[in-house]
Structures are given as structure tokens and as C-alpha cells.
Design a protein around this ligand. Sequence first.
Ligand code: NAD
Ligand code: TYD
Length: 350
Amino acid sequence: MQKIIFITGGAGFIGSHVVRLFVNKYSDYQIVNIDKLTYAGNLENLKDIENKENYIFEKVDITDEKAIFDLFAKYKPAGIIHLAAESHVDRSITNPSEFILTNIVGTTNLLNAAKKTWNNDFLNKIFYHISTDEVYGSLNDEGFFTETTPYSPRSPYSASKASSDMLVRAYFHTYGLPILISNCSNNYGPNQFPEKLIPLIINNIKNMKPIPVYGTGCNVRDWLFVIDHANAIDLIFHKGIIGETYNIGGNNEWKNIDIVKTVCRIMDTRLNRESGTSENLINFVKDRAGHDLRYAIDSSKLQNNLGWTPSLSFEEGIKLTIDWYLNNLEWLNNVVSGNYQKYYQDMYEK
Ligand code: NAD
Ligand code: TYD
């Protein structure tokens, strides 16, 4: 019998890569993608696997408690990989409440539904919660986040993710729910919504629009190629020790301004533009409120205990990413114009 695995947020950026990996790799799993299809959810991301026999899509909002309980009753999943979330810091600054609802209440609904469905029979069950390094707060020039770094979230987004992590841990300690958590650094790669730094600047450079760099551009992020994150999730789901947390990161720190200049240089070459054309688009703008200075992950636990390593250098990954966007301009234009939401209606509502 096929094992049923729920993946929430599977139409989003990271979720779509996780769904693809699991659907293609595990024919003995039935993958149920649960996604509300917010502005960030895009079924076009999954066109290549949507007709596979071991894939099912359920358009459900995780904040809808009854709908979530019904789904658990219908499928009785053995595992949940939970990625659905509001994920963009700038949106959390303008509308924190939506983040509280989806990231905290939505996660709690899933925890309650899993607890009820499994009814203390936790053998071969897993509730795997996908989180972010932003829960640890902001670093100065030195040091790294480890799994034991105290939580110190500083944006509504990171505070809502920290709360959900704490709830997941509380269900492990209180009810014995078999949980796993991973906290990953900034992801980049194909299918990322162009509100996040890297796809936003690729899109702007392509269209000769100003590149907004917050503050001085000296904030530092630790970037990981999305497929390396998906591979880490696969490994942790299958080999992780129940109750444990794993940090995931590429040991790949960049100042924002250096990332921007790197993308500018590659784009000039790819678009046959005179060298320096794209850099001229750089526009320093007002800083983000409460902008965290630096994130840097120590992923040695994952590397030493489970044998994970990133497969790509940043130089390789960023070129692959830029080429993917330039070869998928229709995807990009659909996303920017909101047209991709029509894809769902055409696919599922006609
Ligand atoms: P994303 O914004 O691209 O996708 C989120 C997905 O969740 C979308 O498909 C959206 O439709 C769905 N969703 C949102 N609210 C929902 C709801 N109420 N019910 C059902 N579905 C809902 O996000 P992402 O960048 O792919 O991030 C996925 C997960 O990974 C998030 O939990 C995020 O916190 C975490 N994470 C992201 C990064 C990163 O760099 N992007 C890094 C570390 C961790
Ligand atoms: P982002 O991709 O939003 O990820 P996060 O805030 O979760 O790290 O932003 C990455 C960095 O780039 C962050 O320091 C904010 C900065 N940034 C800009 O300078 N300009 C932009 O237009 C955006 C979206 C981000």
C-alpha cells in the first residue's frame, strides 16, 4: 500500500521543488499537495508532474480547521511536510495579522489534526515543520546560528515562524507527537516569486527598471540553492531523529550589494548589454524597518550526522537561476501580472 504524505505549501517556491522531488523519487508514496493558492502559490510550478498517479492536489486553507480535519480523516497521512506559510518579511511589516493566522493558527490546526488522527499511534509517523534561520534574530559580524542559539525573532514574519516552531516542539514534549524541525537560510533558484531579492532584481534588470537596494546594501544573507534545500528536507524526513532540529545552510554569505552587482554582471553578459549597464540601475532606497543585519547558519549537525552537503557552488547556482528566469519569461510575466491565478481556474474550474 502506498504511504500517504501531505506536503503543505507545495505550490509555492520551495514546496514545489519538494513536491517534484518526492513525486519523482518515491513511487510508493502518494503525495497530497495542500495549498490555498495565495498570491505566492502557483500550480504552473508543478506542470511537469501534475498528471502523475502518485500526486494529488487539494486546494485547502490551513487556517480552516474543519477543512484540515476533514482532509486528515479522508487520507489518514503517515507524514506531513509543512511548508505553507506567509513568507515575505516586507509583507509581514505591512500586514502582520495574516502571518499570525497562517503561520501560527494554521500550524496549530495541522498539529491538532495529526494528533487526533494518529491517536497516540505514532509508529512510523512524522510531522516535519519547515522553518527559517530568521527565528534566531540578527548577528553582528561574528558567529553563526546553531541549533541551540536562543530564539530572538525581530520581524512579524520571524516572530510568527518562531511561535510555530515552539508549538511544534510543545506538541512533541506534551503529547509525544513525532516531530522534526529544520531552520534554513535564504533560498534562491527557479520559481521564486519576484518579490524576494534575487528574482526581483533579475526581473528589474531584464526590464531596465531601477534595482531597489535597502539602506547601504551591507546586510548579509547566507544563500542556499533551493534544490539543495529540497534534498536536505528529503534526508531529514527519512533519517532525522524524532524531536530534533537541524539547521540548513550553504556557508555562503553575501552582502546584498555584492549579490546585486554579481547578478548585474552576469545579466549584462547574458543580455549582450554593454558592461556596467545593469549596475547603473542600482538605486539605494529607504531601509526596511528593523532590518536584520546578518544571518549565517552553522549546518555542521546536518552535515556530520546525516551526511548532507550542498551540491552546487553559488557561482553555478546563480547562473542556473538567471538562465532559468531568462528561459521562462512567460512564467515570470504571468507571475508579475497575476495571470498565473487564471491557470488554476482553467485547470480546475472549467
Ligand atoms: P512561498 O511564499 O513561495 O510559498 C508559500 C506557499 O504556501 C504558497 O504556495 C501559498 O499559496 C501557500 N500558503 C500560504 N498560506 C496558506 C494557507 N493559509 N493555507 C494553505 N496554503 C497556504 O514560500 P517559500 O519561500 O516557498 O517558503 C516555504 C516555507 O519555507 C515557509 O514555511 C518559509 O517560512 C520557509 N523558509 C523559506 C525560506 C526562503 O528563503 N524562501 C528560507 C527558510 C525557510
Ligand atoms: P528577501 O529576499 O526579502 O529575504 P529576507 O528578508 O527574508 O532575508 O531579502 C534579502 C535581503 O535583500 C534583505 O536584507 C533585504 C534586501 N532587499 C533589498 O535590498 N531590496 C529588495 O527589493 C528586497 C526585496 C530585499
